[in-house]
Design a protein. Structure first.
Lengths: 365, 304
């Protein structure tokens, strides 16, 4: 939509801070969002993601920090003059207005002509597939349709930045997945710069170009979904995104690119750290994703082998998750696709578990 | 729990249990209403068409004389004055009460408790005492005038015993009746709606008349109606606050009942007052609907 500055920075947040009391402080938070990017703020409740969004929208006044939208100072403007789209978790449709009245609200307030309002409302309703619903009242349409009206109401104004405050969490699972796909398609199609606030890591991973993971009012890591998942910057990120086996370890020795770690219980674990310079004696976290723990003997690659005992099996449909007790290491979690061959490997309780050195992520402690 | 038959069988056996629930739920109140409202009202309507007689109070001869007497210039004037005072009081209450109701609906719990206390406090004092309070404050030798004399401006406030004084006192009486229902409806408007409107570009003014006002209209209408009904039916306030020429219909009814002992004429006036109130109720409800759709109008025009 805006090819002339498609590589530019849309929103720039610098040292944004919101102090509620001496003990409760959000920030300082700094990040910038590229034009056309789908950027997520992800974190558990109370991490400050909603506060950040409300500061951008202007409903909270930051204690300190600055915000710029396309180089223009944003935080000094009143909320009604910021021209940002915001979709609420509760949809917040006006109950006294029809679908068309809701979608056209921003245009009416801007005192556009009736013909133009009609045109643009039609365009927005086409976008979300609700043409023909103009005269319905919000109470007469389903939750998913309400969500689309809320989206159309923001998109009709062609906002430079769209803010989504957990817009999917009030929908049921099937609808949520469907809306997620539609949202992504729509965002791509319009090249709409979007900030998405969520506590649902699956949503964030599926939708985002980049994710900022927040915890306790601080940004833990900003990166693409793959970076966040494969190379977490902190123990919190590793723990929060997906499932992880997080093992306390210390560096025992180095053998070329391969590092030998000593785990609690006297086990050794081979790892190939990426980038990080480690010295013997360093205290580290060794992080292994459940899908990287292979059950069964594997001699082909450099790696580590554990002997353990299956103590819990959980079928999740297409995936199976097992908890394996290795003496000294309680509850290693391994996951694999539920195939017949894989299921056969956990027939006996005593199993061998293998992890490749490349799949062990090392984090300084 | 008996084992020989179920609760369902018990219910089916009893005749009383077959009676629809509303009989039990509404019945007692309907009886009370019939005894204390419908019966006296019928009585009132009947007496109002009887001829007045100074010795027996009334003779059972049907006549419309009591009603035609209301067409006298004097009574038309009283009626018009009553309506005028009612309207001015109601509009003042709307203008003063709506912002107050909004503020109360949106303030913290603690402020709300204090605010409600101040709203309710005047209602705990009798109308007579309140009128005397106003006299002390607004009177010719009242606190305001005396203070003005003290600081050398001289006496300037001559509001006691005028229609304005009646209206001032009535606003104080009617404001809580206006504020409470209005506050109730505004409270129910989710804050996210206000934020959504703001986010879509509505400034404070547009936010008020496009979202808050249409959504709180039912509360404002019922508050205004309560205020109006109370304002046009007062007796004590115009008697104490108004002058000899500021009598309202309530004062006339009072005098006809207690002084002139002309109950048929008093009944006719009471009936007219009731008819007026019911008519205005219909008109104001219709008007609230019209205003509602007018406020919503511009956005509805956006229909494809």
């Amino acid at each position: 939509m805006r090819p002339e500055n498609s590589k530019g920075i849309s929103l720039n947040v610098r040292e944004l801070t919101k102090r509620y009391s001496d003990s409760v402080t959000i920030g300082p938070i700094s990040f910038s969002v590229q034009e056309g990017e789908f950027f997520s703020l992800l974190g558990p409740s109370g991490c400050g993601k909603s506060t950040t969004l409300r500061c951008i929208a202007g409903f909270e006044q930051p204690t300190a920090g600055e915000m710029y939208l396309k180089g223009e100072r944003l935080d000094k403007k009143p909320p009604y003059a910021r021209d940002l789209g915001l979709v609420f978790q509760t949809h917040a449709l006006f109950p006294h207005l029809t679908v068309a009245g809701n979608v056209g609200f921003g245009l009416t307030v801007r005192k556009l002509g009736a013909a133009e309002i009609k045109n643009r409302v039609g365009w927005a309703l086409d976008l979300v597939g609700l043409r023909g619903f103009e005269d319905r009242m919000p109470s007469q349409i389903s939750g998913g349709q309400q969500q689309r009206v809320a989206l159309a109401r923001s998109l009709v104004l062609k906002p430079p930045l769209l803010l989504l405050d957990e817009p999917l969490s009030s929908l049921d699972l099937k609808l949520r997945q469907q809306m997620r796909d539609e949202l992504r398609t729509l965002q791509r199609q319009l090249g709409q710069t979007t900030i998405f606030v969520t506590h649902d890591q699956t949503e964030a991973l599926a939708l985002s170009d980049r994710i900022a993971v927040l915890s306790n009012g601080r940004i833990e890591q900003i990166g693409t979904p793959i970076e966040i998942y494969r190379t977490p910057a902190s123990r919190f990120v590793a723990d929060f995104i997906g499932q992880s086996n997080i093992l306390e370890a210390s560096v025992e020795g180095q053998d070329g690119p391969i590092v030998r770690l000593r785990l609690a219980g006297g086990h050794s674990l081979l790892a190939r750290p990426h980038g990080a310079t480690l010295r013997v004696g360093d205290a580290v976290w060794a992080i292994v994703r459940p899908e990287d723990l292979a059950i069964g003997r594997d001699q082909s690659t450099s790696g580590t082998q554990f002997a353990g005992r299956i103590c819990d099996v959980e079928y999740l449909g297409e995936d199976t998750q097992v908890r394996i007790d290795v003496p000294g290491l309680t509850g290693l979690i391994a996951a694999f696709k539920t195939t017949r061959a894989a299921s056969a490997r956990i027939a006996a309780p005593e199993v061998q578990v293998h992890v490749d050195a490349d799949d062990v992520f090392v984090l300084s402690r | 729990m008996t084992s020989s038959f179920s609760v369902g069988e018990l219910c089916r056996a009893g005749v009383l249990a077959r009676t629809p629930a509303w009989v039990w739920l509404l019945g007692p109140y309907l009886l009370l209403l019939a005894a204390t409202l419908l019966l006296p009202l019928t009585n009132l309507a009947v007496i109002s068409v009887f001829r007045h007689n100074p010795n027996t109070m009334w003779v059972a001869e049907p006549t419309l004389a009591n009603y035609t007497r209301l067409l006298d210039a004097y009574y038309v004037q009283v009626l018009m004055r009553t309506l005028r005072i009612g309207f001015i009081t109601t509009i003042s209450c709307l203008l003063l009460g709506t912002p107050l109701a909004y503020w109360l609906a949106r303030c913290s719990r603690r402020t709300l408790a204090i605010g409600l206390f101040f709203i309710f406090m005047p209602m705990m004092v009798s109308t007579v005492i309140r009128a005397f309070g106003w006299m002390i404050l607004l009177g010719r030798n009242g606190i305001i005038n005396q203070a003005s004399v003290e600081i050398g401006i001289g006496r300037w406030l001559y509001v006691m015993n005028t229609e304005t004084a009646v209206i001032i006192a009535l606003i104080q009486i009617c404001l809580p009746l206006m504020v409470l229902p209005a506050m109730g409806t505004i409270e129910k408007i989710p804050l996210s709606l206000e934020e959504a409107a703001t986010n879509l570009g509505a400034g404070p003014f547009a936010l008020f008349y496009r979202v808050v006002l249409p959504l709180s209209l039912p509360g404002l209408a019922s508050g205004a109606l309560l205020a109006f009904v109370v304002a046009i039916s007062v007796v004590v306030t115009p008697a104490l606050m108004g002058g000899r020429t500021d009598r309202m219909i309530g004062n006339e009814i009072y005098d006809q009942v207690l002084t002139a002992l002309n109950w048929p004429f008093a009944s006719a006036m009471a009936i007219i007052l009731i008819v007026l109130v019911v008519l205005l109720l219909c008109v104001s409800l219709w008007l609230a609907g019209r205003i509602g759709s007018w406020l919503v109008g511009p956005a509805v025009a956006a229909r494809a």
